[in-house]
Design a protein around this ligand. Structure first.
Ligand SMILES: Nc1ncnc2c1ncn2[C@@H]1O[C@H](COP(=O)(O)OP(=O)(O)OP(=O)(O)O)[C@@H](O)[C@H]1O
Ligand SMILES: [Mg+2]
Length: 252
């Protein structure tokens, strides 16, 4: 596996140069919107993600945390959509550098969601087969995605091995992002997510309105809290909103 060593006193322009060296992609806004990606520009629709971003950053900065995993008890709650929209929302802040890494290799969907047509397989970076730069893609100046075009046979082993931690450390060391977001597989689908939690500072729990049960959310939160810091719960896909929850997502 490649090891990345950078001098401790790396300047802002050094970071810009390293980010520029990553191949970029430029999806059409219309295509992103069709996939419910709305936070790449400021609009009424981006507001819930922007509010979530601000609350999340507030807590993370206060604790000097830089790594957050987006998790849910079961599948389809909206982890990927939330991760990607949050990443785009963060990237609208100039000089704030965001990396989103996809750890869900059972049902990878980040590439499809962001309309990335290049063949990329971040799992090959996690396994140590390829250097990170080969499978990372940049959007604009300050947002990098590590995504997967296809599923892999051994997703749990990839996240449980010590290599995954080393790879993430190496990426952080090389790119010096302000934040790293991890899109994960459902907590109760296997042991992939729980095994990886040692590598993150905190998690955001996505629950699906009218589908995730209170019991399920409670159990999931307990499992998470035993391993890391739970920033909050996002109630996603709300159809009926109270007076103060006018945005379809409630992050408490
Ligand atoms: N707030 C929302 N409003 C409408 N549709 C949504 C919302 N959030 C997610 N979806 C849709 O629900 C589906 C599942 O979302 P997503 O892929 O983000 O979930 P996931 O938790 O990542 O699923 P998986 O467990 O399979 O990885 C997608 O079609 C997505 O566009
Ligand atoms: Mg997903």
């Amino acid at each position: 596996m490649d090891t990345y060593v950078l001098p401790k006193n790396m300047s802002v322009s050094d970071r810009e140069e390293i980010w520029k060296s990553i191949e970029s992609f430029n999806p059409k806004e219309k295509q992103l919107l069709a996939n419910r990606i709305v936070a790449f520009r400021s609009s009424h629709d981006s507001v819930p993600y922007d509010v979530m971003r601000t609350k999340m950053l507030h807590q993370m900065r206060a604790n000097k945390w830089t790594r957050v995993a987006i998790v849910s008890p079961s599948q389809g709650a909206g982890k990927t959509l939330t991760s990607v929209n949050l990443a785009f929302s963060l990237a609208r802040q100039t000089n704030f550098y965001t990396i989103l890494l996809e750890l869900d290799m059972r049902r990878p969907s980040v590439a499809k969601t962001i309309k990335l047509t290049d063949e990329c397989q971040f799992s090959r970076v996690l396994s140590g087969e390829n250097p990170a730069d080969e499978h990372l893609r940049r959007y604009g100046k300050n947002l990098i995605f590590g995504s997967n075009s296809t599923t892999v046979r051994n997703p749990a082993e990839l996240l449980q091995g010590t290599n995954a931690g080393k790879v993430v450390d190496g990426i952080e060391e090389r790119f010096k992002p302000d934040i790293m977001i991890f899109d994960t597989p459902p907590v109760f689908a296997g042991d992939d997510t729980l095994a990886f939690l040692d590598q993150v500072d905190c998690v955001l729990l996505v629950a699906e309105a009218e589908k995730s049960t209170i019991d399920e959310i409670d159990k999931c939160e307990q499992e998470l809290a035993a391993r890391t810091n739970v920033l909050g719960v996002i109630l996603n896909k709300c159809r009926y909103l109270g007076k103060h929850e006018e945005y379809g997502k409630e992050y408490s």
